[in-house]
Write a protein that binds this ligand. Structure first.
Ligand code: PLP
Length: 396
């Protein structure tokens, strides 16, 4: 069959490819420790699961409105109002099957071919993929190790042209665990206002933040109307398989996004939505416990990585990823790129990680090598995995 041209512009998320490779190796009897996939290794809280089972028994098994069940939209509006300190009307909320469709729908709805969209790089690969897919120009802004994996606002400003329509932000960030500090967010807000730009703020890790307070760019004056907030239940409530996320849009855009939902998936699974109401309304202790555990692990894994010759790792400030610099380890092992290191660690060390190339094209002038490790694995596995990496990396 002849594939449509536009498909060639679509990227992918390599984490799923590595997962398939890991599963294949495991099926042959290999014991692989995987730092590959970005999902909490915790179970969904019992109260949420119980609510879903009851919802199915009560026949919440039909379609729901495309924009989401009114009670859930109301609960989300309350939650976002409270946490971002902005007024949010339930009609500004659109529920989607996970956080990911929010990225897809927002860019599809607001970006024309030829528009320029600035996005974080390294970054969650779906931004670059969808920007390219709609025929826009993807303009990477480097996330810099020396800035704690935040961006340089002057650099960002230099990338803005008359064609720039949107800036994508993600803080706390996948894959680096970095955050954009409040003062930088303020400066970015000023740039957005001055240049009349939309900000797509992916805040899916907003609750998983360690020593600082989360700050949303939407909280600055005059920013709510030009910001799209994306968030969801996958990470905060360990609900990746339930597929519930949402976006906060102005009412006009929300109606178009809801129409995109109607045209693509009709609605988000109804019982998943009922369970999500309970996630927001019910006790938060499981989530708080999970965040504390991630915080402890972030120290364990950072210290362990820094103890390996040729690897240096800055302490993440949120999410559940570390992004160590492995340039010297690659040199020591005779590897040109972190992809070679990733393959070596998988096949010789029995440890799965993701290479830099899984998170966007290399920035101009970028010469360092990185890998991502997700520490959504037990302390035991972190210790055993680090031991394997150390042995493999220090072997030569
Ligand atoms: N945004 C970022 C930055 C992510 O890391 C992820 C998942 O890894 C998502 C969005 C998508 O989340 P969901 O599983 O809810 O679609």
């Amino acid at each position: 069959m002849q594939i449509a041209d536009r498909i060639n512009n679509l990227g992918t998320e390599n984490a799923f490819k590595v997962l398939a490779e890991v599963n294949k190796l495991k099926a042959t009897g290999k014991d692989i420790i995987s730092f590959g996939l970005g999902e909490p290794d915790f179970n969904t809280p019992e109260n949420v699961k119980k609510t879903a089972v009851e919802a199915i028994r009560s026949n919440y098994t039909h379609y729901s409105p495309s924009a989401g069940i009114p009670d859930l939209r109301k609960e989300i509006a309350n939650y976002i109002s409270r946490t971002r300190v902005i007024p949010v009307d339930p009609e500004e909320v659109v529920v989607t099957p996970g956080g990911k469709p929010g990225i897809f729908y927002s860019i599809l709805c607001l970006i024309n071919p030829g528009d320029e969209v600035i996005y974080p790089n390294p970054g969650y690969p779906i931004y670059e993929s969808i920007i390219d897919f709609v025929g826009a120009k993807s303009i990477p802004v480097p996330m810099l190790e020396e800035k704690g994996f935040s961006l340089d606002v002057n650099k960002l400003e230099s990338l803005i042209t008359t064609k720039t329509k949107m800036i994508v932000l993600n803080s706390p960030q996948n894959p680096t665990g970095g955050i954009i500090e409040k003062e930088d967010l303020r400066a970015i807000a000023e740039l957005a206002i001055k240049n009349d730009l939309i900000v797509l703020s992916d805040e899916i890790y907003s609750e998983i933040i360690f020593d600082s307070k989360f700050c949303s760019i939407s909280s600055f004056p005059k920013m709510k109307e030009r910001t799209i907030i994306l968030d969801g239940f996958s990470k905060t409530y360990a609900m990746t398989g339930w597929r519930v996320g949402y976006g906060i849009f102005n009412k006009e855009v929300a109606a178009h996004i809801a129409n995109l939902v109607t045209n693509s998936v009709s609605c988000t699974a109804t019982f998943s939505q009922i369970a999500s109401i309970e996630a927001l309304r019910g006790p938060q202790d499981e989530t708080l416990k999970m965040i504390e555990i991630f915080k402890n692990r972030s120290k364990l894994i950072t210290d362990g990585l820094n103890d390996i010759k040729g690897i240096r790792c800055i302490k993440p400030k949120g999410a559940f990823y570390v992004f160590p610099n492995v340039t010297q380890a690659c040199v020591n092992l005779g590897f040109k790129t972190s992809e070679e290191l990733q393959q070596y660690l998988l096949h010789e060390g029995n440890v799965a990680v993701l290479p830099r190339s899984s998170f966007g094209k290399r920035n101009v002038g970028e010469s360092e090598e990185y890998i991502r490790l997700s520490y959504a694995v037990s302390n035991d596995d972190i210790i055993r995995g680090l031991d394997r990496i150390k042995k493999a990396v220090e072997k030569r």
